[in-house]
Design a protein around this ligand. Structure first.
Ligand code: GLN
Length: 490
């Protein structure tokens, strides 16, 4: 049996029944990483010794018979390299942080450690999570395990590739404007972005503070449900975290009745640009849910077309501010040393370390954001974008008066080829067309696989993702809908 192919629940059952140990699970994953990662390139850092040590500790706890309800205990995972891990290299896949060892853990890491986390390592992403393909990583591009010529999506591409290729059982990443949902769709796994504030942001390397969400990638819906319960909750270290009621999402999935569920289908998401196979697959999935008892309602989210432009004003604005902390003195100086750059003054150190430490996408966003926030342009860009954002949020508020969940495709296309959008960053921004609105509104959304489609320029069929969007803090209903669909699927 390939232990690394199990789901979290299966692995946890096996551990508690003593069918195998956490050390065996961990070794199976490490072997898989050794076997595949020179081609896939999910990992920036593999923490082999640390993982084996934690696995041993988990086995001792299991042997002692305590922690029976701890379903994550001893189950190996990967963590996106934008989440701080104490004493373990955390780079944000950027040159400016390529030697950065954090002195503390993100809150979500502290929580997972309490649950007996076995972390296999830190996985690749677009630098500072700016992107949709991992091609913006300052180190290397991750490959889609289903077709190595294609991207895994991004920015949490290493999370998606590591879960999809059974290198680990789950991964924690971030979703600021689609970075969990789109790679989950491209690699054929489940990606859950909770409501903004549901999981503490403390210890993330900030991208866009007003939309950053720690998010979950798993092989199935129930695994995502059980992780959400562990990570959710108020954190005194993050003032934007919420104390809204946390449900037992895993238990609630046992209720399979969707008789009273109203599903909204927004016409703005089923446009001509949408690949027709994706359109059919998502429509078939909706029909299946209708057969199972749900009511389907056509709705409109009229400001959808403003979501991408709004997102690409607000995001760079916040990025230009957040990246200012990497001041070129405290961070980035090692670049000057390693590249043996000559410096004339302190100002020169500042300029050269930022110039060599930031990649072109980070620079593009710093420049765009600084421009949008500058006096004279603020009203025309940033303020206007905030007004549009309010309208986008109102679209969802209005829709959720009529329906319980909204279903859309996750992405207008399946995974594209590495390099396909290299000439034009705008093309890559347009990949976010179905993702940005939920992020701006702060509502929860999940992407689950719903079929396969052949890309225009390829022979291998690639997975299609279906997005289910919910009301603020109503993760339980999107998980339930996703879970019921997943069970009904061939
Ligand atoms: N593709 C989006 C961007 O480049 C989303 C990034 C994210 O969610 N981190 O900004």
């Amino acid at each position: 049996m390939n232990l690394n192919k199990l789901t979290i629940s299966q692995a946890s059952d096996g551990l508690q029944n003593k069918d195998f140990s956490s050390v065996e699970l961990t070794k199976a994953c490490l072997d898989r990483i050794k076997e595949t990662d020179d081609k896939i390139k999910s990992f920036i850092t593999v923490t082999e010794n640390y993982a084996l040590l934690e696995a041993k500790k988990a086995d001792q706890k299991i042997k002692a018979g305590d922690k029976k309800d701890d379903l994550l205990l001893g189950v190996p995972c990967s963590i996106k390299d934008i989440i701080l891990t104490k004493d373990i290299l955390t780079t944000a896949a950027s040159n400016i942080l390529k030697d950065y060892i954090p002195p503390y853990d993100a809150t979500l890491i502290s929580k997972l450690k309490k649950r007996g986390m076995v972390m296999l390592g830190k996985v690749n992403c677009d630098a500072f999570a700016h992107g949709a393909s991992t091609e913006n990583s300052d180190f290397f591009t991750t490959h889609n395990p289903l077709d190595l010529e294609r991207v895994p999506g991004g920015s949490s591409g290493g999370s998606a590739s590591s879960v999809a290729s059974d290198q680990c059982f789950y991964s924690i990443g971030t979703d600021t404007g689609g970075s969990i949902r789109q790679p989950a769709a491209f690699c054929g796994v489940v990606g859950l972005k909770p409501t903004y504030g549901r999981i503490s942001r403390y210890g993330l390397i900030s991208m866009t503070s007003s939309t950053d969400c720690p998010s979950i990638m798993t092989k199935n819906v129930s695994d995502a449900a059980l992780i959400l319960k562990e990570l959710a909750g108020k954190d005194k270290l993050d003032a934007t975290s919420s104390d809204q009621k946390i449900d037992d999402y895993f238990e609630l999935l046992k209720d399979e009745n969707i008789k009273n569920l109203k599903i909204g289908v927004p016409k703005e998401y089923f446009i001509d640009e949408l690949n027709s196979e994706i359109k059919n697959a998502v429509q078939n999935a909706i029909k299946k849910l209708e057969k199972l008892g749900a009511e389907i309602v056509e709705i409109s989210l009229p400001h959808t077309k403003y979501a991408v432009p709004t997102y690409y004003i607000i995001t760079p604005s916040e990025i230009s501010s957040n990246l200012a902390r990497f001041d070129g003195i405290k961070y980035g100086y090692s670049e000057i040393k390693s590249q043996k750059l000559k410096v004339k003054s302190l100002a020169d150190v500042y300029l050269k370390s930022r110039a060599s430490g930031f990649g072109s996408e980070a620079k593009r966003r710093i420049i765009l954001g600084t421009y949008a926030l500058s006096s004279g342009y603020y009203d025309a860009y940033y303020l206007q974008a905030q007004k549009a954002r309010a309208l986008i949020k109102k679209d969802f508020d209005d829709a959720f008066k009529k329906v319980d969940v909204i279903i859309t495709p996750t992405s207008p296309n399946v995974a594209f080829k590495i390099g396909e959008h290299n000439d034009n960053p705008l093309e890559l921004y347009m990949e976010d067309i179905f993702l940005s609105a939920a992020s701006l509104a702060g509502v929860p959304a999940i992407s689950i696989p719903c079929g396969f489609a052949k890309p225009k320029n390829g022979k291998i069929e690639m997975p299609i993702g279906m997005q289910i969007i919910g009301k603020h803090f109503d993760e339980k209903t999107i998980l339930k809908t996703a879970g019921i669909y997943e069970k009904s699927r061939d």
